[in-house]
Design a protein around this ligand. Structure first.
Ligand code: OFO
Length: 170
């Protein structure tokens, strides 16, 4: 059985993951209305992945006879000046999520919760990938600058993103 402290912290993390999905959905809406269909697709896939992350915590709590408590969501930002600004926020947000995961790892170790510790190891690795992906797209956008052609190509490339099975919810 999961202890109350860990349960509360994981419930908060469900909120962060669903909050991430909500933010990326908002970014998808921005890209959709600004005519960047490829980036909109990329953000839709990202939102889906975040939902799958939330489900990992959700299932973990239930499997350990805990209680899932869904918390209120904060309204996400809805406007950005440029695609670059969107990915700057994405990168910043992923760094914030990494800090939350690292705090959970420390809590699991303090509480001697080995089961949560194992679950969280997957997230430590995942966050390295999440940050690297956001940073790479950010660099590409910086390189593209004001080039309409470059932006067109990048949008098309990002639009090829599909759902990755490794992050699907169980
Ligand atoms: Fe769940 O990794 Fe992004 O936020």
């Amino acid at each position: 059985m999961i202890n109350k402290k860990m349960q509360q912290a994981l419930n908060e993390q469900i909120n962060h993951e669903i909050g991430s999905a909500y933010l990326y959905l908002s970014m998808a809406a921005y890209f959709g209305s600004a005519g960047f269909d490829g980036m909109a697709q990329w953000m839709h896939m990202q939102a889906h992945e975040e939902y799958a992350h939330a489900m990992r915590f959700f299932n973990h709590i239930l499997e350990r006879d805990g209680k899932v408590e869904l918390l209120a969501l904060t309204k996400p930002k809805i406007k950005w000046a440029t695609p670059l600004a969107v990915f700057q926020d994405t990168y910043k947000h992923e760094k914030f999520i990494s800090s939350k995961i690292h705090a959970l790892v420390e809590l699991a170790s303090k509480e001697k919760d080995h089961a949560a510790g194992i679950l969280l190891q997957w997230f430590v690795t995942e966050q390295v990938e999440e940050e690297a992906t956001a940073s790479k797209i950010l660099q590409m956008l910086e390189r593209v600058g004001d080039s309409g052609n470059g932006m067109f190509m990048l949008d098309r490339e990002l639009g090829t993103r599909t759902i990755t099975t490794g992050t699907e919810e169980k």
